[in-house]
Design a protein around this ligand. Structure first.
Ligand code: SAH
Length: 249
C-alpha cells in the first residue's frame, strides 16, 4: 500500500510535469452537441466512473469519495477542457496554473481528516475545485489565491454553484490571521520551506497538508499535526506542484 501510494504519487507528478507551462485551456474542441440535461447526465456518469476507476481503490474515507462524486469538476475547468474534466489528470486553467489531479485532491483531503464544523484554510484557490470539495465536508472554508483573475473567477463559480466559501486575494504564505486558528490547512502550491505563519495558525489538534520542495523537481507531501503544542510531521509521498510564489500580496 505504502509503495503503491508512492507510485501513484509519482505518476501524478509526471502528469503535472507534462502540462504546458502556460496552457490557457483552449486546445480541445467543444463537447459534442447534446441536450443540456443529457449532457449533464453524461458528465455525471463520467464523474462516477472516474471515482470508481481511479480513486475508490486508493482512498478509503467514504465522505471524501462522496464529495468527489458530488462536485461537478467540469464546472471548474475552462470550456475547452470540459471533455477532459473526468480524466484523472491535472489540467491547465490559465495563468500558467493547473487544476490538480483528482486523485491528488482526494488524497490531500483524506489526509486533512476534516470533521463537520471544523474551520479549514486553503492556500492556492486556483479553479476552486479543491475548495468545493472541502465545502462538502465542512461549512467553514477560507481560501487564498494570489492571482486576482483566478480569485475572481473562483468566487463567481462558487456563487453559481451555491458554495459559501470566503476567498481572499493575497500571498497565502502569511495565512489569514483574522480567522485563525484553523483545524485544517491545505496548501496546493509548493513553497521551498514550511511557512511558519501557517504552522502558527494551526489549532491544537489541527492538520496541515503541504507539498514542500524545490521548484521544477519532486516535492515531498507532508502532513503536519499540532499536538500539545508540538509539531509532528509525516512524510506521505512525492508529488509535483506549481511553486508557491511570493510577494504579490
Ligand atoms: N487548489 C487548486 C489548485 C491550483 S494550482 C484547484 O483546485 O484548482 C495552485 C494555485 O496556487 C494557483 O492558482 C496559484 O496562483 C496559487 N498560488 C501560488 N502561490 C500562491 C501564494 N503565495 N498565495 C496564494 N496562492 C498562490
Amino acid at each position: 500500500m505504502e509503495f503503491r501510494s508512492r507510485l501513484v504519487g509519482a505518476l501524478s507528478a509526471l502528469v503535472l510535469l507534462s502540462l504546458p507551462a502556460c496552457g490557457n485551456g483552449t486546445a480541445t474542441g467543444p463537447v459534442q452537441p447534446a441536450e443540456p440535461g443529457q449532457e449533464d447526465e453524461q458528465l455525471r456518469s463520467d464523474r462516477l466512473e472516474m471515482v470508481e476507476r481511479s480513486i475508490a481503490g486508493l482512498i478509503r474515507d467514504e465522505r471524501v469519495l462522496q464529495a468527489m462524486r458530488d462536485v461537478p469538476r467540469h464546472r471548474f475547468v475552462p470550456e475547452g477542457q470540459i471533455g477532459r474534466a473526468y480524466d484523472n489528470r491535472a489540467l491547465p486553467i490559465g495563468f500558467g496554473q493547473t487544476i490538480s489531479q483528482p486523485y491528488v485532491v482526494a488524497l490531500m483531503t483524506e489526509l486533512l481528516d476534516l470533521q463537520p464544523g471544523e474551520r479549514v484554510l486553503e492556500i492556492g484557490t486556483g479553479s476552486g475545485y479543491q475548495g468545493a470539495i472541502l465545502a462538502e465536508l465542512t461549512d467553514e472554508v477560507y481560501s487564498i489565491e494570489i492571482i486576482p483573475e483566478l480569485a475572481e473567477q473562483a468566487e463567481s463559480t462558487f456563487s453559481e454553484l451555491g458554495y459559501d466559501i470566503a476567498v481572499r486575494q493575497a500571498d497565502g504564505y502569511f495565512g489569514w490571521p483574522e480567522h485563525q486558528p484553523f483545524d485544517g490547512i491545505i496548501v496546493t502550491a509548493a513553497p521551498d520551506h514550511m511557512p511558519q505563519p501557517l504552522i502558527q495558525q494551526l489549532a491544537e489538534g489541527g492538520r496541515m497538508v503541504i507539498p514542500v520542495g524545490p521548484t521544477g523537481s519532486y516535492q515531498t507531501l507532508w502532513r503536519v499535526t499540532k499536538r500539545n503544542g508540538e509539531i509532528v510531521s509525516e512524510n506521505i509521498t512525492d508529488v509535483i506542484f506549481v511553486p508557491l510564489v511570493r510577494g504579490r500580496a
